[in-house]
Design a protein around this ligand. Structure first.
Ligand SMILES: C[S@@+](CC[C@H](N)C(=O)[O-])C[C@H]1O[C@@H](n2cnc3c(N)ncnc32)[C@H](O)[C@@H]1O
Length: 152
């Protein structure tokens, strides 16, 4: 699952790396139309991860892996979205979440929340942190963080 797939930039890179069974999800039909035109996705869901208890119309444990790149932040996927990500992935599966460092460290609603929520999920035995990698120049002069978790 490529969550918040937009026009499919990440999907293209994944497909080229051999991940040829890909679904995507995004609330923008216009973006999904572009993603569809690339011919690399199976299902493309026009939906959004909501704040609160609302679940996506996708069963638990559907995917071997899930990526979300640049789609967590203000007015996008909220911190609580990690619960939906976790729900969609099978035990043993991998979740890769790429977020701006600024979002993780400075933005209200995310700083002091996103990482503690991730850590609490680890304490609750839901997933394990595989790696937390910082990288520069994610967006103009801003760095990014790549969180990789394995579902328990
Ligand atoms: C910066 S774009 C990144 C797109 C793509 N992942 C990429 O790297 O090219 C953020 C995407 O998140 C989507 N998005 C925003 N809010 C969302 C939500 N609540 N649930 C799912 N996707 C959302 C937007 O429609 C947009 O396509």
């Amino acid at each position: 699952m490529d969550l918040g797939c937009g026009t499919g930039l990440v999907g293209e890179a994944l497909y080229a790396s051999g991940f040829t069974q890909l679904d995507g999800l995004d609330p923008s039909q216009g973006m999904l139309d572009v993603a569809r035109s690339k011919g690399i996705y199976g299902e493309l869901y026009c939906a959004y991860v909501a704040l609160g208890d609302e679940k996506l119309a996708i069963p638990d444990n559907t995917y071997d892996g899930l990526t979300i790149c640049g789609s967590m932040g203000v007015n996008m996927v909220p911190p609580e979205g990690i619960y939906e990500m976790h729900r969609l992935v099978k035990p043993g599966g991998i979740i890769v979440n790429v977020v701006r460092q600024e979002t993780v460290n400075e933005i209200e609603g995310f700083k002091d929340r996103l990482e503690p929520m991730m850590e609490q999920m680890e304490k609750d035995g839901k997933w394990k942190l595989v790696s937390r990698v910082l990288f520069p120049d994610y967006l103009v002069d801003q760095g990014g963080v790549i969180f990789t978790h394995q579902v328990c």
